[in-house]
Write a protein that binds this ligand. Structure first.
Ligand code: PA5
Length: 416
């Protein structure tokens, strides 16, 4: 279970005021009619739906060297976050999962085409609307290669994850005979990681999606019973109070490199859910120790417009610092100590320094980095994000601003 230590919010957080606001936010979330499908998803996902995803994932694993997942925003960041977190980094394991359809760079796309030329690959194209430009174009590009390599059986190497009945991708899937999965209409992209959007690529990469759903189910059970009186509610209250006190940026700081893409997913979740009507915290992320030696300077002495949310997790390794006393480099004091002992001194040191430098620090303790924890963490952030947005007075489940660039882009391209 995720633990929140919000003592860093100090006097900025008037608990009575924010308890009341969060209670109202909770009420609004319970009354949400259109986009609250994710709220009971962990407990309501039937076992046979999970079985079907696992079977498709097994088939992908046995049939290809590369699974190309085409999608953008909520249609890829959750899967990417999970795979980067759960998969050993330097162990070649089949299939490799590569994400595409999130760029319009010809160079990047050509490079990937060249790479896939010699690989056995399959495509999982993910788009709820089925009409998003970047993935739609990527599908054309990579499907052409698939056709050239596999001829008439090319459609059997594509799995589409999209709306049940609407949109261009659903039509295409029916016409060409792609295997398909459904994104429930009442779940928006950035809340969809625990649907086939995330579960299929994660399972294809070897992730334990049953454990992930189990972790999310535990969080769901707890939060449904306790409303906002839990770690997610506390985190929502603290970050909202800090925003109300004039902090404009929330910096998510993590020490484990595997959390990098979770940080990207988190930025999308909070940025797209809260940044509306001239309001909302700007979500940023830093990876320590690396960023302590770059952005750390700004954190310590730059403009006091941010607060920090520090994610801590258990280090799965017991690696120790070798004893080399004759080196005389001053590090004999930590010889024989575990690296995570040094990491925790660095973490506590930076929290203390940043706090003294005028940056309030909230702490989230997430425990072991495994599939179960990750499921709980996804749910924790989705829940606290929805509560935060309602407490701010914005609707968490739309993204009207994203449409603005699309309108001009499609206009310039002469596409209706
Ligand atoms: O959270 C969201 O709804 C968005 O980020 C979408 O996921 C993103 O725009 C991709 O949309 P689609 O799945 O329709 O291609």
């Amino acid at each position: 279970m995720i633990k929140a230590d919000i003592s860093g919010a100090g006097n900025y957080l008037d608990r009575a005021v924010w308890s009341a606001k969060l209670r109202d936010a909770c009420e609004a979330l319970r009354n949400e009619k259109d986009y609250a499908g994710w709220l009971h998803l962990p407990s309501e996902t039937p076992g046979d739906a999970v079985e079907k995803i696992c079977r498709a994932a097994e088939s992908v694993r046995s049939r290809c060297e590369v699974l190309l997942v085409i999608g953008i925003g909520g249609s890829y960041l959750g899967a990417k976050a999970a795979i980067e977190l759960l998969r050993p980094k330097y162990r070649a394991d089949s299939p490799e999962v590569i994400f595409a359809g999130n760029t319009l760079s010809g160079t990047e796309t050509q490079e990937l085409l060249d790479y896939l030329e010699t690989k056995d690959f399959m495509i999982n194209v993910v788009s709820k609307s089925g009409t998003t430009t970047e993935p739609a174009l990527a599908l054309r590009v990579f499907y052409a290669l698939l056709q050239r390599k596999y001829g008439e059986v090319a459609p059997s190497r594509v799995i589409a994850t999209t709306d049940e009945t609407g949109g261009a991708l659903r039509r295409l899937a029916s016409e060409l005979g792609f295997e398909s999965f459904v994104i429930p209409r009442n779940i928006g992209g950035r809340y969809s990681v625990l649907t086939p959007v995330g579960l299929l690529p994660i399972a294809a990469a070897g992730g334990d999606i049953r454990a992930m759903l189990g972790g999310a189910r535990e969080a769901e059970t707890e939060y449904m019973a306790t409303g906002a009186e839990n770690a997610a509610g506390e985190y929502a209250a603290a970050r909202s109070a800090l925003y109300a006190s004039g902090r404009k940026i929330e910096v998510l700081a993590y020490w484990e490199p595997r959390l990098r893409w979770l940080g990207e997913w988190w930025k999308q979740l909070f940025g797209e859910s809260e940044g509306k009507g001239g309001q909302g915290l700007f979500p940023a992320s830093v990876e320590y120790s690396a960023d302590l030696h770059s952005l750390g300077q700004y954190m310590q002495q730059g403009e006091r417009i941010m607060f920090e949310t520090v994610l801590s997790c258990a280090d799965g390794s017991s690696l120790t610092v070798p004893a080399l006393p004759s080196w005389g480099d001053g590090f004999d004091a930590v010889a024989g100590k575990r690296l995570d002992y040094v990491a925790s001194a660095a973490r506590e040191g930076s929290i203390r320094a940043h706090t003294e430098g005028g940056v309030p620090c909230l702490r989230l303790e997430i425990g072991a980095l495994d599939a179960q924890t990750l499921g709980g963490l996804f749910y924790f952030f989705e829940y606290s994000c929805a509560l935060s947005a309602y407490a701010l007075g914005v609707y968490p489940f739309d993204q009207p601003g994203v449409e603005a660039y699309k309108k001009y882009m499609l206009g310039a391209l002469g596409i209706k």
